[in-house]
Design a protein around this ligand. Structure first.
Ligand code: PMV
Length: 321
């Protein structure tokens, strides 16, 4: 039996979004992206390779996993091939936040799985290589291997850190709009957008420009520009998807967005971003977090709120021989 390795990884929220796949094998994004890894939400994953199993045994939150199992097995197959082992794995994973609903559970989940399985198999890979392994399963997961602010450049195998978590103080207020899993997985949403959206070409042209500007604003400690660019990246991504009939927003999403814009009009700097789900994540300076939280928590349809901040990389928390 291999060592039992326990890992913690956090989700990340893209400030400049990835949406769409490059035309090459291996799950490479069509555009660069830049994210912040978030504390306050976590995936905990344990992996061990054991004798006598016919298949990989994977449980999610205590129940056997069905959806997404192919991607898990593919990742484990890559690790087995690199380590020269045949043993199947026992994988236990749990999220302390809703799974598969646009809260980036695939990001933290595949980051945790990649790190735990690489270590359990005895491979001495650096974080960039582990990030590349995670990217092949879920491109956003590449970014959760690192803490703070992280970029996945166009065409890169793995992500790389851009700025430390301390360098750009931020609070991300997550307005939870549903506890349910989404109906259209992000890969399917991207494929439909690329195939049928009249705005996809415009997105491909604009996203790298927004990314570069956002990166510069982040490094210049320019909160207003980072917020404005993050909001416009999200709106452009959703516009391209909406035009293909891929609708992740709900009424509550638009109500939170309107409230954020009202707050801004009255002088409080808050900016909204949304991923492949109805939740709005609101970017504020730490000093404004409590005030903005108290307004958004009253928007009808907001089930609950999470206050998160830039967090740590994926890491091994326990290893038993
Ligand atoms: O990592 P995936 O393939 O599930 O794609 C997620 C893409 C978005 O979350 C919508 C945007 C991003 O850059 O994280």
């Amino acid at each position: 039996m291999s060592p039992t390795v326990r890992v913690v990884a956090h989700p990340n929220i893209a400030l400049s979004k990835y949406w769409g796949k490059a035309k090459r094998d291996g799950n490479f994004p069509a555009v660069p992206s830049l994210s912040v890894t978030l504390s306050g939400m976590a995936t905990r994953t344990t992996v061990r390779f054991v004798e006598g199993l016919a298949d990989d045994q994977v449980s999610l939150g205590g129940t056997p996993m069905t959806a997404g199992l192919t991607k898990v097995t593919a990742l484990l197959d890559t690790v087995r091939a690199a380590a020269g082992i045949q043993l199947r794995a026992e994988v236990e994973t749990a999220n302390d936040f809703p799974t598969g609903s646009g809260l980036a559970s695939s990001a933290s989940g595949f980051a945790a799985l990649a790190l735990a399985s690489v270590r359990a198999a005895g491979l001495d890979w650096d974080a960039t290589r582990v990030s590349g392994l995670a990217r092949a399963a879920s491109a956003s997961a590449a970014r959760s291997l690192f803490g703070g602010y992280v970029e996945l450049p166009f065409g890169a195998e793995g992500a790389r850190p851009v700025a430390t978590k301390e360098s750009f103080p931020l609070r991300v207020l997550v307005c939870v709009a549903t506890e349910e899993a989404k109906k259209v997985a992000s890969t399917e949403g991207m494929t439909t957008t690329a195939a049928t959206s009249p705005y996809y070409a415009a997105w491909l042209e604009e996203a790298p420009r927004v990314h570069e500007r956002l990166r510069s604003a982040l490094l210049a400690d320019d909160f207003s520009s980072v917020g404005a660019l993050a909001e416009s990246s999200a709106l452009m991504m959703h516009a391209s998807a909406l035009a293909a009939g891929v609708v992740y927003v709900k009424g509550v999403t638009l109500d939170v967005l309107a409230t954020v814009r009202e707050l801004r009009a009255k002088g409080t700097e808050a900016y909204a971003t949304m991923d492949a789900g109805p939740h709005v994540k609101v970017l504020v300076r730490p000093a404004d977090a409590a005030k903005v939280h108290d307004v958004l928590v009253h928007v009808p349809g907001v089930l609950r709120m999470l206050t998160t901040e830039p967090g740590d990389p994926a890491r091994v928390v326990d290893e038993e021989p």
